[in-house]
Design a binder for this molecule. Structure first.
Ligand SMILES: Cc1cc2nc3c(=O)[nH]c(=O)nc-3n(C[C@H](O)[C@H](O)[C@H](O)COP(=O)(O)OP(=O)(O)OC[C@H]3O[C@@H](n4cnc5c(N)ncnc54)[C@H](O)[C@@H]3O)c2cc1C
Length: 480
């Protein structure tokens, strides 16, 4: 059965109908690898396959083809290597190296840190990441609303970490290359389509220089992110909606760290009416330091996200890294401040500034289709309100490896059952998280003022941040 963008697809459960054609024993050449690539920050050494072929399989373990070398795909490879050592794992990445957009921060909550530490990544993560100690919620006129402890300080057994996305990708890809070998990562392989043939799946990839190449596996994992090509095959008519929100992100070096150098601050727009304080939907600013070596020197590398309601649909397509003018963003946030955080200055002094137009998609009810499944943003794209996207992908990776461990103990049998087990374990909670992130957006800018008789008595509730998901056991979640 051929699966491409125009093909009608089987959406039901159970094993796929075997194609009349027998599986081809070898597709293309046997894959002569040519090692290229110099290791550098944010990229892993990779082997470029000039031609596709079978993934060497000895029948002792399943051949797993992972599409996408992002946070979800890399973590899946590491979890699988740990739980199903006999598996033959290959990651196919469309870019010419593994390097998640560096220069932008990401915040990871305690439950997914547990997975990453269990993979033996505690030392490199602690060397690089900031252990978030507290979350300050503030109003835009320098009003302190509340300070909550985070991570270990909040009683979790694991810390909450803030890190540069590029550094996280480097740590994961270094571990993949170290444990699986450089040949397990195939850069410049853009997934196009797949075909299920009996007890195999054949995946087709395009190469930058032209031409395509095919690989045979026992399972195909679509971990290819927000614009997943694998998901598109199953949901070709999916619609996305503009949320009415645009966010800008940037990174600003600060000579001296605010507070303890580990604190996250969220400032919601508050307006004053007749001396009373009221909520004003429309703007919020989130910032947190992300670099431990800078903190140790007394400074801070401050990651920030400025969010604003924009009624008119922006002309730009959806994307994390649209070019943006920091002067315009600084002007829109003029006057926002809380203690040492003077928002317009922080934005003006940024070394990077990018724009993200926020679109929303409905959760889907099926991820696993025979020998193919979806994982991470490909399975559950969600709005970036709550620090939950990457963490959810990491929990998926752990669950998928556990399912394959329990269902495929004898050789390559049981792969479709494992993918169904994985889906059952994760889909409800992940879809719930998607909906809670959507609710978070509707309640933007994070603050809602319950006005009492005077400014001093005003209580501001962070309603949109109460994302009670499997990742977030605190009463207030954080924003990306
Ligand atoms: C700037 C920014 C800040 C964020 N902040 C947070 C945060 O604080 N906390 C949090 O939990 N989440 C955050 N997120 C969301 C989080 O990064 C995503 O949810 C997470 O990366 C999802 O992992 P993934 O592996 O599914 O997708 P990705 O990490 O996006 O990886 C997908 C990979 O697939 C590759 N790919 C795409 N198409 C193909 C194809 N056809 N063939 C082969 N390869 C392909 C891509 O190149 C990419 O490497 C943030 C995201 C961004 C961009």
């Amino acid at each position: 059965m051929e699966h491409n963008n125009s093909a009608g697809l089987r959406m039901g459960r159970g094993r796929p109908t075997p194609a009349a054609e027998e599986p081809s024993p070898v597709l293309g050449s046997t894959g002569a690898y040519k090692a290229e690539v110099k290791p550098k920050i944010g990229s892993a050494p990779v082997a470029a396959a000039k031609a596709g072929g079978t993934i060497a399989g000895d029948g002792a373990g399943p051949r797993i083809l992972i599409v996408g070398g992002g946070i979800g795909g890399l973590t899946t490879a590491l979890c699988l290597k740990q739980r199903v050592p006999a598996a033959h794992i290959t990651i196919f990445e469309k870019a010419d190296s593994i390097s998640a957009s560096g220069g932008l921060g990401i915040n990871l909550l305690a439950p997914c840190i547990e997975v990453l530490f269990s993979l033996g990544l505690e030392v490199p993560l602690r060397e690089t990441a900031i252990e978030t100690s507290a979350l300050i919620l503030a109003g835009s006129h320098d009003e302190h609303i509340k300070t909550d402890p985070r991570g270990l300080a909040a009683g979790h057994t694991m810390p909450q970490l803030s890190i540069d996305r590029g550094q996280l990708a480097r740590i994961l890809s270094d571990a993949v290359v170290d444990r699986l070998g450089a040949e397990a990562v195939k850069a410049d392989h853009r997934f196009q389509s797949f075909e299920e043939r009996g007890d195999h799946v054949v995946a087709r990839f395009a190469r930058e220089g032209g031409g395509t190449t095919e690989f045979v596996g026992d399972a195909l994992i679509g971990a290819d992110g927000l614009h997943s090509a694998v998901r598109k095959l199953f949901y070709p008519h999916e619609q996305k909606r503009y949320t009415g929100w645009v966010s800008w992100r940037g990174l600003t070096p600060m000579a001296s760290a605010p507070y303890d150098g580990r604190t996250m601050t969220i400032i919601g727009k508050v307006r004053e009416d007749d001396g009373r304080v009221a909520a004003s939907y429309g703007q919020a600013f989130v910032c947190y330091p992300i670099d431990e070596p800078t903190r140790k020197r007394g400074g801070a590398l401050m990651n920030w996200v400025a969010e604003m309601a924009v009624e008119e649909v922006p002309s730009e397509e959806e994307g994390w890294l649209l070019p943006a003018s920091k002067e315009e963003v600084a002007a829109a946030f003029a006057g926002f401040c809380f203690g040492p955080i003077v928002v317009a200055s922080l934005i003006s002094e940024a070394t990077t500034c990018t724009k993200f137009v926020l679109y929303d998609r409905d959760p889907v009810q099926q991820w696993s289709f025979g020998r193919v499944t979806l994982l991470g943003d490909a399975a559950h794209p969600m709005l970036p309100f709550g620090s939950l996207g990457a963490g959810t992908a990491i929990l998926d990776a752990d669950a998928l490896a556990r399912a394959l461990e329990s269902e495929t103990t004898s050789g390559t049998q049981g792969v479709p059952q494992a993918l169904e087990l994985y889906e059952r374990a994760r889909i409800e909670s992940a879809n719930d998280t998607v909906l809670k992130c959507r609710k978070g957006a509707l309640h933007k800018p994070l603050t809602e003022a319950c006005v009492r008789s005077s400014r001093r008595l005003s209580v501001i509730m962070f309603d949109g941040l109460n994302l009670d998901s499997d990742l977030d056991s605190d009463s207030d979640s954080d924003s990306n």
